[in-house]
Design a protein around this ligand. Structure first.
Ligand code: S3P
Length: 164
């Protein structure tokens, strides 16, 4: 039974697509923390209407629950690194992989329509990137570049997590 593989990184960095591809390649279960939240608590934009802190509390509960799983690839929400307790729970049974996609590529691909934090506009993405990059680096056990194709990124993630 393998440790979980936990993907962190900015909105639009490819956590969900890479996570699904990686899980398939390794024969592991894929868990999307945002989907878990929506299944149990309702739509994320609705949760944000009650304030970001409300969303973060729910996110922490979801993270605590999915961290208990085994043999899973877990894609997290971009803000999971904002709470130390989230990362401690995820690291207890998982190896953390930062999916590193350059800001210019994030700006090309990110869909702001269903991401409440990006509602102010794309400049917000650059602001979040600057704030969070040190946190993603701090918590990363491995870093996988995603400036090329999805296939390249999945292959890089497979080799980065081979020893686990
Ligand atoms: C968030 C990112 C979203 C989602 C929520 C908050 C963030 O997930 O968890 O809207 O704080 O960056 P993705 O990273 O999958 O977009």
């Amino acid at each position: 039974m393998r440790k979980n593989i936990v993907l962190i990184g900015m909105p639009g960095c490819g956590k969900s697509e890479i996570g699904a591809g990686l899980a398939k390649r390794l024969g592991m279960e894929f868990v999307d923390a945002d989907a878990y939240i929506e299944e149990h608590w309702g739509r994320i934009p609705e949760l944000f209407k009650l304030g970001e802190a409300h969303f973060r509390d729910i996110e922490s509960r979801a993270v605590a629950a999915v961290s208990l799983k085994r043999n899973c690839v877990i894609a997290t929400g971009g803000g999971v690194v904002l709470r130390e307790q989230n990362m401690q729970a995820l690291k207890r049974n998982g190896i953390v992989v930062f999916i590193d996609r350059p800001l210019s590529r994030l700006l090309d691909v990110v869909d702001t329509s269903y991401r409440p934090l990006l509602a102010e506009g794309r400049h917000k993405l650059a602001e979040l990137y600057e704030q969070r990059l040190p946190l993603y680096r701090k918590y990363a056990d491995r870093i996988v570049d995603n400036s090329g194709t999805l296939e390249d990124a999945v292959a890089a993630a497979v080799s980065a997590t081979k020893e686990e």
